[in-house]
Structures are given as structure tokens and as C-alpha cells.
Write a protein that binds this ligand. Structure first.
Ligand code: NAX
Length: 331
């Protein structure tokens, strides 16, 4: 039998946490033969609720779940973890300035970065979900200098999956037959969902999405805005933000990172930019990546037309501004 993998979920008493921890305990994230030990962190006001989640995990009698650590102590939470999914953060409340929210999250990510750096297992992989996800990941990278930048990522897989879903609905095909959409940039409304390299598996072979959806106006307009605004649409409908889809995307992100992407398939991950596609180096930016042996690689050589170029640059500008704002909060 395999040794258990320790998976940290911060903000585990929250909405996404509640959807995510049972998925992890069922093997959705790391596979049906991989035992796990869950580490759950939240803040003291949520301690009782966190304990309730722990009770339910016990009650679910998950065969793969070999232990649960539920704590409000950051050091205890981070100790020995192999994977860290950072869902906890400070939400923007009505009337709050962007800078105030940023400064709260900067201080959270700064201290959790130090705890991870000192106490996590060697080669721990980190996924930041909490918003502003890309910039929180950048702060974490900054304050955990001994964690290699290749081990720090931000979640844009939900946006990626939303794009797959929209194409599948439009063409009335199985979502599993659609692949290679790309989310470029920030997990925000400036993200660019790009179908220029996406394909659909049909009985007649693999066909470009651009060929099957002949309506360019839809692909260049409504498709993009629907994906960009999907989070807001969920809030409007549910009066709560996306949770099950976010949890599922976090599992997809880690599963592909650890177990590898299928041949010929790429996925979107927020990763540290090396200047590929003329995206400024030093931002956490969502790129198309393939993964193998636990490492991601940015897909190179995709053609970028003028329409796309503008959109890649626009979302990079927003990330540069967020970076400046975040650094101005560090004192
Ligand atoms: P909730 O407010 O339900 O849960 C957040 C939890 O984090 C709470 O239990 C809170 O007590 C805890 N928390 C706050 N500060 C903490 C700290 N310093 N350490 C540990 N825990 C802390 O929010 P939820 O709906 O679960 O969303 C969580 C985060 O995910 C939010 O920042 C949200 O904006 C972000 N999202 C990111 C997405 C993405 O694709 N990257 C999509 C979904 C989601 O909107």
C-alpha cells in the first residue's frame, strides 16, 4: 500500500472547503489508490464549525482517509504537508476598498508562506484558490523563497472548465470530447478565454472549435464574456459564490499536476511567468501547460493573433497593477 499523502486545505470550514475535503478523502484529487491525511486550517471564529467538518469526515468513513488534523494553528496545519490548497482568505465586503482587501490578504499570505516554507514537506506543491488568487500566490512565492517557484500555482482551472462547458453546450457534444481551450492571465474578469487552439473529438476525427462553431461573433463576444462573468452569474443565481465547481477544479488542477496531462492535451494553470508569449516575467499568469512527472511546462509556439494579443496584454496589465498594489501593502 502507498504511504499517505498529507493535504492541507486552508479555509476548510468555508463553502469551498466543505465541498473539497470529501472529494480529496474519496480519492478524486490523488486517485482511488492513494491514502490521504487531511490537514484543515481555519481561523478561531470558525473553529467550532471546522470541528463539525471533522466530525462529518469521521462519519463518512472514507476508506482512503488515514487521519484528520483540524486546527487554527498555522504551524500545526502546515507541518509535513505534501500538497497545500490555500482556500482561506479575506473576502471583499461591501464598501471596502480594493487596497484594504489586498492588504488583509497580503498579511495572511505572508505569514502562511513562512509557515509552509519552514514546516511543509520538501517539494510541497501549493495551489492558491483564494482571491485575488494570482497575486496571493505571488506574495506566497515572495515570502517562501526556499519553495521553488515551479511549486507555486494559482487556480484558473475553474475558468478553463467553464470554457469547456460553454463549448460543449453550444455544440451539444460531450464535455469530455472538448479540449485545449486556454485561460490566459488573471482569475478575474480580464482573463482571456481563448478557443483558437481548442478541438472537439468527433466521429470524423478531431476538429477545431473554430470550424465547428462558425459563429465568430459568438466566439469573440458572448462566449468570452459568459466565461469571464460566470462567477457573478452563479452568485446571482445561488446567492453564494461557486463552491462545488471550484472544489472540483482544484482537484483537477492537482490531479493533472501530480499524475500528468494526457498526450496532446493541455490545461490552464496560473504559474510564474518566465516571459513566454511576451507576458512580463515575474507575474503569476495563467498559461496553457502540459504536465509530467509532477512538473508543468508552458506550451510553446502557439500562434497568437492580434485580437488575442490585446487580450493577453490587458490581463497582464491588470496583474502588474495588482502586483504594485500588493507590494505597496508590504511594510
Ligand atoms: P468562505 O468565506 O465560505 O470560506 C473562506 C474560509 O476561509 C472561511 O471559513 C474563513 O474563516 C477562512 N479564513 C479566513 N481567513 C483565514 C486565514 N487567515 N487562515 C485560514 N482560513 C481563513 O469562502 P469560499 O466561498 O469558500 O471561497 C474561498 C475563496 O476562494 C475566496 O477567496 C473566493 O474568492 C475564492 N474563489 C476562487 C476561485 C478561483 O477559481 N480561483 C473560484 C471560487 C472562489 O470564488
Amino acid at each position: 500500500a502507498k504511504d499517505p499523502v498529507r493535504v492541507l486545505v486552508t479555509g476548510a470550514a468555508g463553502q469551498i472547503g466543505y465541498a473539497l475535503v470529501p472529494m480529496i478523502a474519496r480519492g478524486v484529487m490523488l486517485g482511488p489508490d492513494q491514502p490521504v491525511i487531511l490537514h484543515m486550517l481555519d481561523i478561531p471564529p470558525a473553529a467550532e464549525s471546522l470541528n463539525g467538518v471533522k466530525m462529518e469526515l469521521v462519519d463518512a468513513a472514507f476508506p482512503l482517509l488515514k487521519g484528520v488534523v483540524a486546527t487554527t494553528d498555522v504551524v500545526e496545519a502546515c507541518t509535513g504537508v505534501n500538497i497545500a490548497v490555500m482556500v482561506g482568505g479575506f473576502p471583499r465586503k461591501e464598501g471596502m476598498e480594493r487596497k484594504d482587501v489586498m492588504s488583509k490578504n497580503v498579511s495572511i499570505y505572508k505569514s502562511q508562506a513562512s509557515a509552509l516554507e519552514k514546516h511543509a514537506a520538501a517539494n510541497c506543491k501549493v495551489l492558491v484558490v483564494a482571491n485575488p488568487a494570482n497575486t496571493n500566490a505571488l506574495i506566497l512565492k515572495e515570502y517562501a523563497p526556499s519553495i521553488p517557484e515551479k511549486n507555486i500555482s494559482a487556480l484558473t482551472r475553474l475558468d478553463h472548465n467553464r470554457a469547456l462547458g460553454q463549448i460543449s453546450e453550444r455544440l451539444n457534444v460531450q464535455v469530455s470530447d472538448v479540449k485545449n481551450v486556454i485561460i490566459w492571465g488573471n482569475h478575474s474578469s480580464t482573463q482571456y478565454p481563448d478557443v483558437n487552439h481548442a478541438t472537439v473529438n468527433t466521429p470524423a476525427g478531431e476538429k477545431p472549435v473554430r470550424e465547428l462553431v462558425s459563429d465568430d461573433a459568438w466566439l469573440n463576444g458572448e462566449f468570452i464574456s459568459t466565461v469571464q462573468q460566470r462567477g457573478a452569474a452563479i452568485i446571482k443565481a445561488r446567492k453564494l459564490s461557486s463552491a462545488l465547481s471550484a472544489a472540483s477544479a482544484a482537484c483537477d488542477h492537482i490531479r493533472d499536476w501530480v499524475l500528468g496531462t494526457p498526450q496532446g492535451t493541455f490545461v490552464s494553470m496560473g504559474v510564474y511567468s518566465d516571459g513566454s508569449y511576451n507576458v512580463p516575467a515575474g507575474l503569476i499568469y495563467s498559461f496553457p501547460v502540459t504536465t509530467s512527472n509532477g512538473e508543468w511546462k508552458i506550451v510553446q509556439g502557439l500562434s497568437i493573433d492580434e485580437f488575442s494579443r490585446k487580450k493577453l496584454d490587458l490581463t497582464a496589465e491588470e496583474l502588474s497593477e495588482e502586483k504594485t498594489l500588493a507590494y505597496s501593502c508590504l511594510s
